[in-house]
Design a protein around this ligand. Structure first.
Ligand SMILES: Cc1cccc(C)c1-c1noc(C(C)C)c1COc1ccc(-c2ccc3cc(C(=O)O)ncc3c2)cc1
Length: 229
């Protein structure tokens, strides 16, 4: 059973997660009919930029986050943005988005100039997330836990981040017992996905480098959060 504080925390996180979504007019652009590698890259760049804005707003709603050292807040956002977007795009791909979005998003990611060696692990990850059948609370808490990872580069006050992350981990553990009573290992499986995310984050740095080699332009927000250009 949940304490009063845990119930309040869950409500705040779920409300923030539901409130901060990619605007439908941006998501709808996925359906436009141009499918060149260039067009796909531009569209995905627009989605990623919109997703980062959504991520920043979501993060500001995590109880305690705004009380952290300002520079640590930036370090946590920069360090977790790619992982949070892998989670969010995984949930989008697996949640049967509005008609046809799912296939279209997959198609555009596959045909956006990402080399095959990264496509394979990326879609294995998407599949492994889909097989977990996470409920919304678990998705929102897993994203929160990813953001509140204490050992990101340049974080000064790691214990302060650890305390916030532990609160979210306690809540996620109880949520898993509640929603997956038949699977005692479910919580451990979810945390295993976080390890997978770190690997994907390293692949992503190489993806960025190869896009840059081919003179692909990113938006100022992405350049800032990914330290490119
Ligand atoms: C390629 C890649 C894979 C994983 C992570 C990143 C950062 C990249 C990645 N790496 O670079 C890029 C760009 C810059 C080329 C990307 C592209 O990122 C994203 C990030 C998010 C989404 C996204 C998220 C939620 C959605 C929800 C809905 C809906 O609810 O209906 N619909 C569409 C949605 C689209 C798509 C591409």
């Amino acid at each position: 059973s949940f304490t009063k504080e845990q119930q309040a925390l869950m409500k705040v996180i779920i409300d923030a997660y539901n409130k901060h979504q990619i605007p439908q007019d941006v998501a709808k652009k996925l359906l436009q009919d141009k499918y060149s590698t260039e067009e796909n890259f531009l569209l995905l760049t627009e989605m990623a930029t919109s997703q980062v804005q959504v991520l920043v707003e979501f993060t500001k709603n995590i109880p305690g986050f705004l009380s952290l050292d300002r520079e640590d807040q930036i370090a946590l956002l920069k360090g977790s943005a790619v992982e949070a977007m892998f989670l969010r795009s995984a949930q989008a791909l697996n949640k049967k988005m509005p008609i046809g979005h799912t296939e279209v998003l997959e198609e555009r990611i596959r045909k956006s100039g990402i080399s095959e060696e990264f496509i394979k692990p990326m879609f294995n990850f998407y599949k492994s997330i889909g097989e977990l059948h996470m409920v919304l609370e678990e998705q929102a808490l897993l994203t929160t836990i990813t953001i509140l990872t204490p050992d990101r580069p340049y974080v000064k006050d790691q214990p302060a981040v650890e305390r916030l992350q532990e609160t979210a981990l306690d809540l996620l553990r109880k949520m898993c017992v509640l929603h997956h009573p038949q699977e005692p290992q479910y919580f451990a499986r979810l945390l295993g996905r976080l390890t997978e995310l770190r690997t994907l984050s390293h692949y992503h740095a190489e993806m960025l480098a190869s896009w840059r080699v081919n003179d692909h332009k990113f938006t100022p927000l992405l350049c800032e959060i990914w330290d490119v250009q």
